[in-house]
Design a binder for this molecule. Structure first.
Ligand code: PGA
Length: 248
């Protein structure tokens, strides 16, 4: 019993050699809650730099990965290349890739499967738009995104789910604790029915969308919120406070 709290930092397309070094240095020198699993996802160009300087025990994630082993896929990075470089996690299905890069549920699922098959952990992102929420379709949208993965992946032990309502990402408009908890509980219920009771019990479900050092403590107390995926605030020293949300 007891899911280990997990905090991911998604830097998106931000940073440069100096600022990535500074962020890594800040994390390395901070006192972090030892009970929290921490993973940072810098832009692809800085994955090796981050891995080289980051202290042991904190992992590095790619923000994206391709679903073919190698070959003529200009601009893409393979699971094997990440693994060889000591990058042990990847994000899949971030809403910015679903919306801007037009990745559909099946493609996200295929990448998720390829990453898992190759031995990476996956932070699988899901979430609804404001329009979908207002139409009462939140649970339907989120579970459809997850179902595409469940259709081809049976072992969920290396998947961490990140529920990120699109309207809360980068907007400063955080979901209320009740809104987040409601969706997290629904996802857990879905896992129980569609994957297994064991997966429902063990899978970490993160909340993402305008998480900061002020709102994290309350969110982190919800029974079905097992951590955060942090965007903007992961670039700031406050990221450490979010990692330590439960120990303050
Ligand atoms: P945000 O981004 O914290 O800047 O809202 C979260 C995310 O997109 O992962």
């Amino acid at each position: 019993m007891g899911r280990q709290f997990f905090v991911g930092g998604n830097f998106k397309m931000n940073g440069n050699i100096k600022t990535i070094r500074d962020i890594v240095h800040n994390i390395n020198s901070a006192k972090l809650d030892p009970n929290v699993e921490v993973v940072i996802a810098p832009p692809a160009l800085y994955l090796l730099l981050a891995r080289e300087h980051l202290r042991k025990g904190i992992e590095v994630a790619a923000q994206n990965v391709f679903d073919k082993p190698d070959g003529a896929f200009t601009g893409e990075i393979s699971v094997k290349q990440l693994k060889e470089s000591g990058i042990t996690w990847t994000l899949t299905g971030h809403s910015e890739r679903r919306v801007i890069l037009q990745e559909d549920d099946a493609f996200v699922a295929s990448k998720t499967k390829a990453a898992l098959d190759g031995g990476l952990g996956v932070i699988l992102c899901c979430g609804e738009s404001l329009e979908q929420r207002e139409a009462g379709k939140t649970i339907e949208v989120v579970t459809a995104q997850l179902k595409a993965v469940a259709d081809i992946v049976k072992d969920w032990s290396k998947i961490v789910i990140a529920y990120e309502p699109i309207w809360a990402i980068g907007t400063g408009k955080v979901a209320t604790t009740a809104q987040a908890q409601e969706v997290h509980a629904a996802i857990r219920e879905w896992l129980k029915k569609e994957v297994s009771p064991e997966a429902a019990e063990a899978t970490r479900i993160l909340y993402g969308g305008s998480v900061n050092e002020k709102n994290c403590t309350e969110l982190g107390k919800q029974p079905d919120i097992d951590g955060f995926l942090v965007g903007g605030a992961s670039l700031k020293p406050a990221f450490v406070d979010i990692i330590n949300a439960n120990s303050t």
